[in-house]
Structures are given as structure tokens and as C-alpha cells.
Design a protein around this ligand. Structure first.
Ligand code: GDP
Ligand code: GDP
Length: 451
């Protein structure tokens, strides 16, 4: 097993270091001699915080020495611990405010290379507010209000530690690192039944825009990528990479072959896409097969847009639109509100709106909300609609954190969460989409017990 990362707790006596240590380590620490007067130089244990594991060192045990100076022996112990550590947690007592000893420790920590997270402990209640503000004067990042005794702020601590601690606890939801993909080309795929108008659409958008490189073969056996630039109505030029499946531009001579290819081939294109446009023939409406494709796209975690093509020859447009909208809400109940656009690949109607919508959904798909915003929303959502109590035993929901983007993935921590009904998860997911600006992008929610 890989070596655990190391976290050191530092701070003057009585700020709550041992309390924090005990909270993080629980019963897993070897018994220490807690008799008064017995000096403990340091304690070590394995901490588990919301599934993240690390070794923690508590530098305590100098209470008997002169509190007005930083005793030499403590400095040595603390120094060693901090130099060993990947990150240091610097605790102050927010109720007592900043005292000279805190400033002394801060000055020393600033000269060390170990990253520091400043925690304003004992921050429960109003008495601590000014102390939290005072802590800014120590010159570290925003002090984190915390209560070791009450366990408030564990999620913030978790978030603050994450950049410093290599952590594979999200294996099931985290995939490849997120580079600056948002500024990269929009990866777009167009799928739909034969004759929906896919090749006409591709020709239309490529015909209007400047292609910046020729088709590149080989993304999959039967698809290629075409890079081009879209000029938005406001004049902004944005790169787009169209994943073009076999024969989309160049219609195959043998229609049969194309139709055989299209289903599997379309799903290859979906693999590479960020946003998928499902094209429907407005003269035919929405059929079960379209819903299956849509469902599959969402299951793959891709952002979806549905475009009703051939709008130029649609009969009774308003009722047609309403009918398709209704059928979508019924058929794709897991993701309400997928964008539905009307276009004509033949006349060019709705082209800019279509590409703009694709950029918009990609943005929602790549979006990240802060843990603070998320949990303020979460507390209300749980208050309005508390989780059920299967068999009379309460499910306690504690925190929600966004573990990933593209598509957005969330982890819900709590006790007995394995018994949380799907309907309740859907309630939360729908709320996240609606209230936190994720629109109709597919999001994932996994549940986990804190320990
Ligand atoms: P250490 O000397 O830094 O290890 O501090 P301790 O963990 O021994 O805590 C010192 C005192 O502060 C104890 O009486 C704790 O119960 C108390 N304490 C620790 N954390 C909190 C907290 O979050 N809120 C409040 N109000 N008291 C706390
Ligand atoms: P694909 O099989 O999905 O690639 O569909 P095609 O692009 O080959 O189009 C199938 C047929 O629909 C062709 O005859 C097109 O001319 C026609 N078509 C495509 N888009 C439109 C449109 O917006 N309006 C009308 N009226 N016909 C269209």
C-alpha cells in the first residue's frame, strides 16, 4: 500500500488540537497516557475524513511550560512534524482571538515550505465571529471557521485538504483530470435516425463556416474529426470539433451499409463528444427509437440537445412542438428540460441558435459549485423534504460535495445512506439541476457513509 500522506496539527496549547485529533482519528489511535503531568510529545494516528485517509500528527504536551513563550522543546517537535508533513493545520482559538503566541507560530510557519491551512477553531456560535475575522491578520489564506468539538466544518476541511492529498477515494466517479477543456474546442456529435437530415446539417454548418483543418481520419474506424470555427452572432470566433461519423458528409452509395453502421457508429461518436445533438425529422415526430438514443446519450453522461429538423415543412408547428416537448418530458423523466430547438438544415434556420445552445450546455456540464453554496442549498432541500425512515430508522444526511465535472458528479455523505430510495436521490438531483444552474445536463449522485 502506498505511504499515507501526512498532516500535522499545530497551534498553541488549548486551541483544540487534541480535540481535532480525536475527532479525525476516533478510536483508531493507540491508547496514550492521559494522566496530568505526563508529557506527550506527539501523537500519531490514521485519520479518516469523509473517506479520505491520512496520517495525522498532533504536536501537543507542553501545557506545563511557560505559555508566554514558545518553549524550545515544543518548537523542535512541532518543527519536525511540520517538515515531515504534506500540509499543516494551524489552529487558533476563535473565542480567545489572536494572542502573541499565535503570531509567533504564524511567523515561523510562513518561513517553512509546508502548505498551511488556517483553522479558526471553537467557531460555533456568535462568540467566535470577531476571532475568525482577526485570524485574517495572520497572513494565510481565508481562515476556516471550524468546531472540533461539534464537528462543524469537516467538509470545508476535506475540500481544503484535497489539493494537498493524493486521494483515490473517488475512483467510481472521478475520471481523467480536467485540463483547461472548457476553453478547448467544443466537441460535438450529431446523431439521429437515417434521413433525419444529419448530413444536410453537417454540410450546412460546415458550408457556412471556415474549416480550419481538413478532416482527420482515425478517431474511430468509421469517424473523423473536423475542426472549424463558429462565428457567433456577436462576432466572437469559437473553435468547434465536429465528430463526423462515416458518410455524414459524403453520403455512401450503398444506403444499406450506412444504415447498418449508423447505430453503433453513432455511439462511437458519442464517446468522443461533450455535447450530442439528437436530430429528429419534424415530419415524423418523436419515436421510441429516438428516446432510446436520447437515453443512451444521457447514460453516457453527455450533454444532450434535441433539434427538430425540417421545420420548414412542418405542419401545424405549435402543436407539433408541444407534442414533442410533452413526449420528451414523459419519456426522459430522469432529465427534464432537455433543450428542444427547431431548425431547418435545408434553409439554414436556427443554425446559430443550435451551436449557441451547444456551448451553453457544455458550460453547465462543466460547471462546479462551491461546497458552501451546495450545502446551504442542501440543508434547505432536506428541511423541506426530509428523507424517509425505512423500518422506522432515520437516514441521516450530512453533506453533499461535488466530486467532479463533465458530467457533474456529487457525493452524498450520511448514515444509512445505502437505504436511501432512488426517488429521494432523484429529488436531490432534480433540485441541483434546477436551483444550482445545471440545467438539463445529466448529473450523478453517489452515496457514501463517512467512515
Ligand atoms: P490542545 O491543547 O490544543 O490539544 O487543546 P484541547 O483539544 O485539549 O482543547 C482545549 C479545550 O478547548 C478543551 O476544553 C476542549 O474541550 C475545548 N475545545 C476544543 N475544541 C473546541 C470547540 O470547537 N469549541 C469549543 N467551544 N471548545 C473546544
Ligand atoms: P441523414 O440520413 O440523417 O444524413 O439525412 P440526410 O441529410 O441525407 O437528409 C435526408 C433527406 O431529408 C434529404 O432528402 C434531405 O434533402 C432532406 N432534408 C434534410 N434537412 C431538411 C430540411 O431542413 N428541410 C427539408 N425540407 N428537408 C430536409
Amino acid at each position: 500500500m502506498a505511504k499515507l500522506p501526512i498532516v500535522a496539527i499545530v497551534g498553541r496549547p488549548n486551541v483544540g488540537k487534541s480535540t481535532l485529533f480525536n475527532r479525525l482519528v476516533g478510536k483508531r489511535v493507540a491508547l496514550v497516557d492521559d494522566r496530568p503531568g505526563v508529557t506527550r510529545d506527539r501523537r500519531e494516528g490514521t485519520a479518516v475524513l469523509l473517506g479520505m485517509e491520512f496520517k495525522i500528527i498532533d504536536t501537543a504536551g507542553v501545557e506545563d511550560e511557560d505559555p508566554d513563550t514558545l518553549p524550545g522543546r515544543m518548537r523542535m517537535q512541532t518543527q519536525n512534524a511540520v517538515r515531515e508533513a504534506d500540509v499543516a493545520l494551524f489552529l487558533i482559538d476563535a473565542r480567545a482571538g489572536i494572542v502573541p503566541q499565535d503570531e509567533e507560530i504564524a511567523r515561523w510557519l510562513r518561513s517553512e515550505d509546508t502548505p498551511v491551512i488556517l483553522m479558526a477553531n471553537k467557531a460555533e456560535g456568535k462568540a467566535a465571529e470577531s476571532g475568525v475575522l482577526e485570524a485574517y491578520s495572520l497572513g494565510f489564506d481565508t481562515p476556516m471557521p471550524f468546531s472540533a468539538e461539534h464537528g462543524d466544518g469537516l467538509v470545508d476541511l476535506f475540500e481544503a485538504l484535497r489539493p494537498h492529498i493524493e486521494f483515490d477515494g473517488f475512483d467510481d466517479v472521478v475520471d481523467e483530470p480536467e485540463e483547461d477543456e472548457e476553453s478547448g474546442p467544443l466537441k460535438l456529435a450529431i446523431v439521429g435516425r437515417p434521413n433525419a437530415g444529419k448530413s444536410t446539417l453537417v454540410n450546412r454548418i460546415l458550408g457556412e463556416e471556415r474549416m480550419i483543418t481538413g478532416p482527420e481520419a482515425g478517431i474511430t474506424r468509421d469517424s473523423i474529426a473536423i475542426d472549424w470555427e463558429w462565428t457567433a452572432p456577436d462576432g466572437q470566433v469559437r473553435p468547434v470539433r465536429l465528430i463526423d461519423t462515416a458518410g455524414l458528409r459524403k453520403k455512401a452509395k450503398v444506403q444499406d451499409k450506412l444504415e447498418k453502421l449508423s447505430a453503433a457508429d453513432a455511439m462511437h461518436a458519442v464517446d468522443f463528444a461533450e455535447v450530442v445533438v439528437l436530430l429528429l425529422d419534424a415530419t415524423l415526430g418523436l419515436e421510441a427509437q429516438d428516446l432510446r438514443i436520447a437515453d443512451q446519450v444521457l447514460q453516457e453522461g453527455r450533454a444532450l440537445i434535441i433539434a427538430l429538423n425540417k421545420w420548414d415543412v412542418a405542419e401545424n408547428p405549435p402543436s407539433l412542438f408541444q407534442g414533442v416537448r410533452f413526449a420528451l418530458e414523459e419519456g426522459l423523466a430522469q432529465v427534464r428540460g432537455v433543450p428542444l430547438l427547431t431548425i431547418s438544415a435545408e434553409t439554414g434556420r436556427g443554425m446559430d441558435q443550435l451551436i449557441q445552445a451547444a456551448f451553453d450546455v457544455r458550460e453547465a456540464w462543466s460547471k462546479r459549485v462551491s461546497t458552501g453554496v451546495l450545502n446551504r442549498w442542501f440543508e434547505k432541500a432536506v428541511e423541506i423534504n426530509p428523507p424517509p425512515a425505512p423500518g422506522g430508522r432515520r437516514i441521516k444526511l450530512r453533506y453533499l460535495t461535488q466530486a467532479k465535472t463533465r458530467p457533474p458528479g456529487f457525493i452524498l455523505f450520511g448514515t444509512r445512506v445505502d437505504q436511501l430510495p432512488e426517488s429521494y436521490k432523484r429529488y436531490l438531483m432534480n433540485g441541483i439541476r434546477k436551483d444550482l444552474g445545471f440545467g438539463a445536463v445529466p448529473i450523478r449522485l453517489t452515496v457514501r457513509a463517512p467512515r
